[in-house]
Every structure is written in C-alpha cells, then in structure tokens.
Design a protein around this ligand. Structure first.
Ligand code: ATP
Ligand code: MG
Length: 286
C-alpha cells in the first residue's frame, strides 16, 4: 500500500477558504464540503481531514494527522508539541488587549489587579508574566467582547483583524500581544516516506507563494534607454532584451517584485518605456 500523508484542515471557518485555495494552486485535487469528514486526493498522496481548528494541533501531535493548517494563535495556545514547517501568509490577525472606550490607558501596568476575559489564557498569561503584570485571567470560550459590558471583566484579550467588532462593543484596542497567521504544522516523528511527501508539498507551496509576489513584465523602449530602465527596476538582474521589428527599439522581458515595479513606474516611463505589460505568474520555481 502506498503511503498517504494525512492533512488536517479547518472544516469551515476563517482558515478554510484560503487553505483549500492553496492546495488548488498547488495542483492537488480533492473533494470537500457537503458535510464530508475526509477525502483522498485524486492526484497527490494525501488524505484530507476536515476538523474544528481547535482540534488540529492535538490531532497532529498524536499522529492522527501528519500535517495541519492552523492559526499560529491556536497552535501556540494549545501548547501541543508539533513542528511549524512553513508560514502561509493568510488568515493574518492579532491578539490584542482592549478596554472600554471611556476608560483611559497609559500602559500595560494599568491592568494590575484587574480582570481580563479571554479565550487565550496561555498567550495572555505569558505576556503578562513577561511584562511583570499581575491580573486575573478569566477564560471564556466565545463572545469575549461582551465581558466588560456585563461586568465580568475590566478588559478583554481577543483576536482582532479590522477592529470593527471591538468598536461595535464600545471597546478600544490598547495593546497587541501576539501577531498570527496560518501555519503548516507537522507531527514531530514523520517517517521517511512522509517526509518525502512533505518536501514535495513544500516545494509546490513555495512555488505558489513566490509567484504571488512576482510579476512578469514586458515593455518596449528605444535601445539607448534600456540601460537606464534596467537600472530603475531593482531585482531586474538579467532581463531578456529582444529586438523589435522597429529599427532601434527593443522589448525588455523580466520577472520582478511587484512592489519594486510600482515604486518606480513614473521614472521607468520617463526613461522612455512604452507598451508596459504586467502579467501574473502562476507558478515560479527557482
Ligand atoms: P472552528 O469552528 O473551526 O472552531 P473558530 O470559530 O474557532 O472555528 P475562526 O473564527 O474560523 O475559528 O478562526 C480561525 C482562525 O483564523 C483563528 O484562530 C485565527 O488564526 C484566524 N482569524 C480569526 N479571526 C480572523 C479575522 N478576523 N481575520 C483573519 N483571520 C482571522
Ligand atoms: Mg475554533
């Protein structure tokens, strides 16, 4: 029997869509949705398990799953022994302390002796200990942001992305204690065959990520302007320069970081570039 690597994904939530999309972009096909609990890929040696995100670190630690995608906040809070093999760059959020808008704030030591409601007692506890603040942590599993208005706590520590939930509950963010993104975690004792499959998967993930940050650029310019144009695009080390049918003109092709391009677009045009095309790259393998 051929080895399959078992990969735990969040069934439905803020990690799911991007996790499914990542595998799709890696060319790994599997069915999901309609209450499915697991699914074997039709073209990659992987079986996918669809779970609550909170359960993923534990399943990976126990070896029920070999790999998992989970928020770093959940992985660290769980204190499970798993290895972080790659940062995935999506589901970015922060864990912050918030207090009622009407309260003043000068520093974290304002929380001395106060009650703080959170679903992240470990992350909060570690942070307070580092800061030398003694406060009472009340662990609650959901709707943390209502705690101050019902008199349960003077402050909360919760996940924030835009801050709109805090705002609508009359709270203000005063201190960020942890920044999180989705991570790929692995069981600590993968066997050799599983390690080989993991390497194949990582190779594809890195190619997809590299492609997202880069663009294929094409432009036309008079031959005498080309050295200037090339020097204006950092990272454009050895572009392909092809003569055009029009005498004295060439076409420049290169792969560049999209940010480098936008920062210099005016100068590139002023130097004589015309007919500029910026094209997305689907996969990029270095
Ligand atoms: P489950 O039903 O699987 O237990 P959940 O309700 O606990 O789901 P979600 O709200 O789907 O969890 O969030 C999953 C993860 O997504 C969080 O642990 C965090 O890492 C990240 N996350 C949370 N809120 C946001 C947000 N507003 N924007 C981006 N990422 C977020
Ligand atoms: Mg959860």
């Amino acid at each position: 029997m051929t080895t399959l690597i078992r990969i735990a994904l969040q069934k439905s939530g803020r990690l799911s869509e991007d996790s499914y999309q990542l595998f799709k972009e890696c060319g790994i096909r599997f069915d999901y949705g309609t209450g499915k609990l697991k699914s074997v890929s039709s073209n990659f040696p992987a079986e996918f398990l669809f779970l609550r995100d909170d359960d993923i670190p534990g399943y990976v630690e126990d070896g029920v799953a070999d790999l998992g995608i989970v928020g770093e906040n959940v992985a660290v809070e769980s204190a499970r022994s798993v290895q972080t093999v790659h940062r995935l760059g999506f589901s970015k959020c922060r864990l912050s302390i918030a207090i009622p808008r009407s309260e003043s704030w000068s520093s974290i030591s304002d929380l001395h002796g106060k009650n703080i409601a959170t679903s992240y007692p470990r992350l909060l506890g570690n942070y307070l200990a580092e800061q030398g603040v003694q406060a009472n942590i009340h662990e609650i599993s959901g709707s943390v942001e209502i705690a101050p208005s019902i008199g349960l706590a003077e402050a909360v520590c919760d996940i924030v992305s835009s801050g709109s939930t805090l705002l609508s509950n009359g709270l203000k963010e005063v201190e960020t204690i942890f920044r999180s993104e989705a991570i790929l975690v692995a069981n600590n004792t993968l066997n050799d065959e599983q390690q080989v499959i993991l390497e194949k998967l990582l190779f594809r993930i890195k190619a997809v990520q590299a492609a997202k940050n880069n663009k294929y650029i094409l432009l036309n310019a008079p031959n005498n302007a080309i050295p200037d144009i090339i020097s204006l695009i950092p990272g454009m080390k050895s572009p392909t320069v092809v003569p055009l049918a029009m005498e004295g003109w060439s076409s420049v092709h290169s792969v560049i970081n999209e940010n480098d391009f936008w920062e210099n677009i005016e100068a590139i045009r002023a130097a004589g570039a015309q007919g500029i095309l910026v094209i997305p790259i689907e996969k990029m393998i270095n």
